[in-house]
Design a protein around this ligand. Structure first.
Ligand SMILES: [Zn+2]
Length: 288
């Protein structure tokens, strides 16, 4: 068991804030960030990506591609000739989209199985199996070499987020852009649901606040350009499955009904934009 002691961002004391089904939630008295103890090593292996909620691989691929197309179209300028790195690239769906838009793509992921899949999907791409720190130490990624760094659903999985941001900024070109999606612990859904918030999961250990991001920016030579609520594009089938999976009570029943009704009305595969308690953070590396 890994104990959470001081805040990894501002080093202030942390204290028990509330309880969740996945263990106690600690809050920093300085920046307000929240932390879950990493209670066990999560095996980021083949099975990790098969733990979705009963969708076919085809459906998962469709949802992923729609979301990544949207993210790149809305928040990244022209990618032609740009060097893009996806941190936590998984099986490479975002990289595939970026490559089709003309980017020279690289990726890194701790899941070796996923990296093998990504390499098959993206001949010519540079993809590292391991942590970003290991990739930099081994000279796989050079300092000041990327125009764009993307990290979707990855920051909350990392214990030492300050180290992660330091590494990302180190390999970004001056003026380079960073785009991240992560759970927003200050969102309405988080405030309303308390310890029952759906973003509290075994593998989510870090929940950054806006103050924490501002502190990281001050220390690590980047600016936070924009923080906006992030919506995901999901199908009713998926929403129904998630509700059924996560709870046994009212939400479970609701999930069953959403699924049934959507199938009845033949809209279970239609894609909707829906707030999932996440934020989209855009940063820029300062010029020296
Ligand atoms: Zn703090």
């Amino acid at each position: 068991m890994q104990k959470v002691r001081g805040c990894p961002i501002c080093e202030r004391e942390i204290a028990l804030a509330q309880r969740s089904a996945h263990g106690p939630i600690f809050m920093c008295r300085g920046c307000g960030s929240k932390f879950l103890e990493a209670r066990q090593e999560i095996a980021y292996d083949r099975d990790y990506y098969h733990s979705w909620f009963g969708e076919t691989q085809q459906d998962i691929e469709r949802i992923k591609r729609v979301n990544f197309q949207d993210l790149l179209a809305r928040h990244v300028g022209s990618l032609k000739g740009k060097k893009l790195l996806d941190v936590g690239c998984a099986t490479g769906f975002l990289l595939k989209e970026a490559q089709e838009l003309g980017a020279e793509v690289s990726g890194v992921d701790v899941n070796e199985w996923a990296v093998t899949q990504a390499r098959e999907k993206l001949p010519g791409a540079r993809i590292f199996a391991g942590t970003l720190a290991e990739a930099i130490r081994g000279g796989f990624f050079a300092p000041a070499s990327f125009d764009v760094i993307v990290g979707t659903d990855v920051i909350e999985h990392v214990t030492d987020v300050k180290a992660l941001f330091r590494e990302m900024v180190q390999i970004m070109l001056p003026g380079g852009q960073g785009i991240f999606t992560l759970p927003d612990v200050e969102s309405l859904s988080s405030r309303l649901m308390g310890g029952y918030w759906f973003q509290y999961k075994l593998e989510h250990v870090t929940f950054l606040t806006r103050s924490a991001l501002a502190l990281l920016a001050d220390e690590l030579d980047f600016t936070v350009e924009r923080i906006t609520p992030h919506k995901k594009k999901l199908t009713l089938e998926f929403i129904g499955n998630v509700l059924q999976y996560h709870n046994r009570g009212v939400l479970h029943l609701l999930g069953c009904w959403v699924g049934k009704l959507a199938r009845l009305l033949r809209v279970s595969k239609v894609v909707f934009s829906i707030g999932t308690g996440e934020m989209l953070v855009q940063i820029k590396k300062l010029n020296p």
